[in-house]
Design a protein around this ligand. Structure first.
Ligand SMILES: [Zn+2]
Length: 259
């Protein structure tokens, strides 16, 4: 939402969005210092919830240094050290979106630092998986890191951007799986509903890519229309787009969507 205009808040409120959960992400450019992240964390925890409240939508966030900026381990270590002071904020859901971008050794090290941070502070975890040809290998590496840390409970982790070839690995480990919807590239609404139909909607949910690039804040409501077009029952649609996120996010006691 930090890259979006108020019209998007109006559209989401009108479509019935009960809460917005914004991950800390890449801003479209690499930040040059830990101070840049400090201000970004303030924007996510102080300013954006106030802006969203003007449109009646509760705003929550996740905090981390995202994988795309995690190649510099020294910078990442300094940014991670800033995070604990923000964790008590009333709208912080957990640590994310952490994960891998190019599956490099440094990214893996920073992922482990984030997982340790989440474990020490009892936080939920939101994970970004790499795109295209790096996705399968990256998803396996991420799942291994989570499995190797005995403090981590898989049901408190959501692995995002799953596709047909990674969703089963994630569900089999006991984690939640997120499908990020894009208008044309990557996972479209039609593909996401195909995946739901193949793998059930026990621990699966959909979210909208919503950033500085070509993306659609209403992608989840559009996917609901796709489910309706295919004849899914209203209760099943509600479970997929509202009930499941609610079940996962309610593991954080701070999470209170609009009723
Ligand atoms: Zn991501």
């Amino acid at each position: 939402m930090v890259s979006r205009v108020t019209d998007d808040y109006v559209a989401m409120a009108t479509a019935g969005c009960a809460a917005i959960c914004e991950p800390a992400f890449w801003a479209g450019f690499d930040r040059s210092s830990p101070q840049g992240f400090f201000d970004y964390f303030r924007q996510l925890t102080e300013h954006e919830p106030k802006r969203a409240a003007k449109f009646g939508v509760p705003h929550y966030c996740w905090l981390c240094i995202n994988p795309k900026e995690a190649e510099d381990v020294k910078l990442a270590t300094e940014v991670i050290a800033l995070i604990p002071q923000f964790l008590a904020a009333p709208t912080v859901l957990g640590i994310g979106e952490i994960g891998l971008n190019k599956n490099s050794r440094n990214e893996l090290k920073v992922l482990e630092l984030h997982v340790d941070l989440a474990a020490r502070h009892g936080q939920l975890i939101l994970v970004h998986t790499p795109h295209l040809e790096d996705k399968l290998k990256g998803t396996r590496l991420i799942l291994d890191v989570l499995k190797n840390d005995r403090r981590i409970q898989p049901e408190r982790c959501i692995i995002d951007h799953v596709e047909e070839h990674t969703v089963k690995l994630v569900l089999d480990q006991g984690c939640w799986a997120g499908m990020t919807l894009y208008p044309e590239t990557k996972c479209t609404a039609a593909r996401a509903v195909d995946i739901l139909e193949c793998y059930g909607n026990e621990r699966l949910w959909m979210n909208s890519a919503c950033d500085w690039g070509i993306s659609v804040p209403l992608a989840v409501p559009y996917a609901a229309l796709e489910m309706r077009r295919r004849g899914h029952a209203a209760a099943a649609i509600d479970g997929a787009i509202f009930g499941n996120p609610l079940r996962f996010l309610s593991q954080c006691p701070k999470f209170k969507p609009a009723s």
